[in-house]
Design a protein around this ligand. Sequence first.
Ligand code: PBG
Length: 317
Amino acid sequence: MRRMRSSETIRNLVRETRLDPAEFVLPLFVCPGEGVRREISAMPGNFQLSVDELVRECQEVKALGIGGVILFGLPETKDEMASGAYADDGIVQRALRALRAQVPGLLIITDVCNCEYTSHGHCGKIVDGEVDNDQTLEWLAAAAVSHARAGADIVAPSDMMDGRVAAIRHELDAAGYSRIPILAYSAKFASVFYGPFREAAESAPQFGDRRSYQMDPANGREAMREIELDLEEGADMIMVKPAMPYLDLIHEARRRFDVPVAAYQVSGEFSMIEAAARNGWIDHDRAMLESLTSIRRAGAQIILTYFAKPAAKLLRR
Ligand code: PBG
């Protein structure tokens, strides 16, 4: 076996998995104001950006050949009804219009969820202390339509309500957006690795947790059912999230379903590598590329990752 490993040129020839920045999607956080570029303390190199700064960031993203961005919004105010999620002049909607005008050709995905917009931080409408499934669907569909109207290329529901893909598909079609694809966060687990994101998006639940809607990390077969249901409801692409702790499910999804499979290398996965590298305990660039390669090798074609920019820079050399 060692003959095939004996030089970099041979290793390069027989390498089975390659990374391409065109398959990366960079998550970005957009906030009110002007000239705002506030670093997220647990996620070095990631910022809350006002719309003008977001435009600059996206110009760089596009120049690096990165596949696209996924937008998360921090609204001016939050309320019980998540009004900011589906307002026509909401923060993500404004960002979309600016990006459409100023960064032509950039692929823009929007995260469709309510947790950044509710005063209680849950992903839906609270009725009798619980997140009500079917009333939440109306908000989600309204948010998706408002994103499409403002110029989103793809909408990505991350709430984990039942039936949301069908509800969103139906309302998009009714509003004349039948060409807009849905990337479903199908197998999204109630994961501890979202910790740093909740600081970034200011979306930590104010009571309880998300275990009554996000999946139990122990359940792989149930993940396949979630994916199957989302595809039946009209999802065009599916996602497994987080990525590295769930490589088995990425692989299984790739084997079973002939649709584009995405994986989200989430905030905690990113922050662990950053923290270890900052302590001198691990080589940053090698850990970054090895983690991305493992996700690609498991079968994810599209990788949502906070490493999109530094990885793209390394890969271009
Ligand atoms: C919104 C959402 C979350 C993430 C993506 N969309 C947080 C959550 O569900 O609590 C996490 C992303 C990350 O950790 O990088 N529902």
